[in-house]
Design a protein around this ligand. Sequence first.
Ligand code: HEC
Ligand code: HEC
Length: 276
Amino acid sequence: MKKILKWTAIVLGGLIGLALLTGLVLYPSGKEKLSRSYPNIPVEKVNIPNDSAAVSDGRHIAIIWGCTKCHGEALSGMLLTDDPLLGTIPATNLTSGNGGIGGSYADVDWIRAIRHGVKPDGRVEIFMNDYSTMSDQNLGDLIAYLKQIPQVNTNYPAMQYGPIVPLAPVVGIYTPAAELMDHSATRSADPAPGATLGYGKYLFAICTECHSATLAGKLENWRQEDFVRALRTGVLPNGKPINPAMSSKTFSEMNDTELIALWLYLQSLPPLNSRK
Ligand code: HEC
Ligand code: HEC
């Protein structure tokens, strides 16, 4: 009995120590990462067209790169969570309606926000994905589209992240995109769009939010048609539905060229068991 008490005390003591360590060391360091400011990053020039073909390509980009998943179909934003642990997290209204940022954004602000994950005032966007690899062409078309989406008025509560959020960057679960990239790195030339391995590698950035290259190991015995059908319709080769995380419009919107390019890239990766 005494022994159990002793162990309970050790475990409890350990937990309290851990909680203190978390509070005193990890928490402020995480908070610092979330409130970091990058006021003077160089923002490259990107050509932003305004013809209707560019706008329609931009709409496609907004869907396949997942902008509409968080900012909504009309890109007028949405409340992503409102709970005591995660906090109140709205994805910004991107239109120029009331409560939206569209009206106040110059081209340079769009480029900085999407490519660098940094707001006009220099603060990091906490919950945005890393879009730094998006090509100039795709980014230009995307911004062309965003600049002309219809106004929607919204009134979301202010962002207030919950108590567990600052722990995420410290333990490596999640770090704001702006913290992960070299903001002044020289960019490589845009990849040529096409049903090619190289273009598939470029598009795979859309998948890395959830998948590593090990995805290739899951596609043994798949044919190209199986892959295209699974992403387009959400049905796996065995007839079962694909994971709900994968059944969003993001994937059904992808065209044959994009899906075949992704397939070629995934096929080119070494099989799972030969990797260490
Ligand atoms: C995982 C959800 C998510 C995805 C996907 C996403 N965003 Fe965001 N975005 C947010 C949230 C949340 C914010 C609010 C700012 C923050 O995170 O601190 C934001 C902020 C922004 C801002 C800055 C607005 C401001 O407050 O100044 C822009 C511009 C933006 N997003 C555009 C996009 C575009 C374009 C895409 C697609 C390429 C995209 N977002 C994809 C969640 C997302
Ligand atoms: C929002 C997270 C998310 C994104 C983004 C994502 N996936 Fe998935 N995907 C999943 C989950 C979860 C599963 C089911 C579990 C698993 O197989 O890893 C899955 C399963 C799959 C499967 C089926 C594997 C099987 O045998 O069941 C394929 C194929 C696939 N994903 C391809 C892709 C491709 C290609 C992309 C990028 C264009 C992508 N995914 C982007 C979350 C995602």
